[in-house]
Design a protein around this ligand. Structure first.
Ligand SMILES: [Ca+2]
Length: 291
């Protein structure tokens, strides 16, 4: 590679696309469903720094949602972030969960990102929850657009009430979607404390084993670079760089992982690494070097 402006393009698509083509059934569509991802680019709308497209959605002068700094693709309903935080060290899987806790407020609620669609079929939301003296519910809202979500309305809504006090336990609710609609999860606490983790929205009449969405099974980062910044044109990359590929899938992967890179007009020019996906255990990482 000789260009000064090299584009490093990991191509993991052979593995990921194969899973996505088979069926929507049992495939989670929720972004950052286990709350392990910091606020960063991961396939949603592009942005710069901590800005994001929903941060600036307003009705008149009031802000509709507040972005959580440390939870990609989750939004606090209302103008401020008070009442919702990411809890570390108390999780159903991974290290983190979401903790809506109203305190003296009427309620605290968070919603998932709007850009995830589901088809006309039974749709199931499931989530692992832990509660302490809690009151509240989890909604599965099927909406035709963000405007409807902003009014807290939905074409179809399914709700499940929170158990007042429970150790980690899975809740689920199923609705019939009449058309292709956007599916969002709303996590709402009106009293007490609610920890939520491993939120899944999938096609089907009941919940299947939890997994993060296929786009997040594998995470790629440049060693030494800030991974909170959108992967993009990497300038002045004339020396070698170390790539770290991490497996976040909760179920064993199958197929082959191939990592390639090249300049923008020939992104598959170099084959960096190839590995059987099953050899990369959950939570483990492999490294490859550009050249
Ligand atoms: Ca988690």
């Amino acid at each position: 590679m000789t260009g000064r402006h090299a584009l490093l393009v990991p191509l993991l698509g052979m593995l990921l696309a194969a899973g996505a083509r088979r069926s929507e059934a049992g495939t989670n569509v929720v972004r950052n469903s286990s709350f392990e991802l910091d606020s960063r680019f991961n396939g949603g709308p592009m942005r710069q720094g901590t800005e994001s497209y929903m941060t600036f959605v307003k009705t008149g002068d009031s802000r509709l949602w507040a972005e959580l700094d440390n939870a990609e693709a989750w939004w606090v309903e209302g103008p401020g972030r008070n009442g919702v935080q990411v809890a570390t060290g108390d999780a159903h899987s991974g290290r983190r969960s979401l903790l809506p806790q109203p305190g003296g407020r009427k309620s605290a609620s968070a919603i998932s990102a709007f850009d995830r669609t589901v088809g006309p079929r039974p749709i199931t939301l499931s989530a692992w929850v832990k509660t302490e003296a809690a009151k509240g519910r989890i909604d599965l809202d099927l909406v035709s657009g963000w405007q409807e979500g902003a009014r807290r309305e939905a074409q179809v809504r399914g709700s499940v009430e929170l158990p007042p006090s429970t150790a980690w336990r899975r809740l689920s609710v199923t609705v019939e979607s009449p058309a292709r609609l956007q599916a969002i999860a709303r996590l709402r606490a009106e009293a007490g404390a609610l920890w939520v983790d491993d939120v899944q929205i999938e096609s089907g009449a009941g919940p299947s084993a939890f997994n993060v969405r296929p786009e997040e099974w594998l995470r790629l980062a440049f060693s030494g670079d800030d991974s909170a910044v959108l992967p993009k044109w990497i300038e002045r990359r004339e020396t070698t760089a170390r790539l770290i590929l991490r497996n976040d899938s909760r179920v064993p992967l199958a197929g082959t992982i191939v990592v390639r890179y090249g300049p923008w007009n020939e992104p598959q020019l170099h084959r960096l690494a190839e590995s059987r996906a099953g050899d990369l255990a959950l939570g483990s990482a492999m490294a490859a070097w550009t050249r």
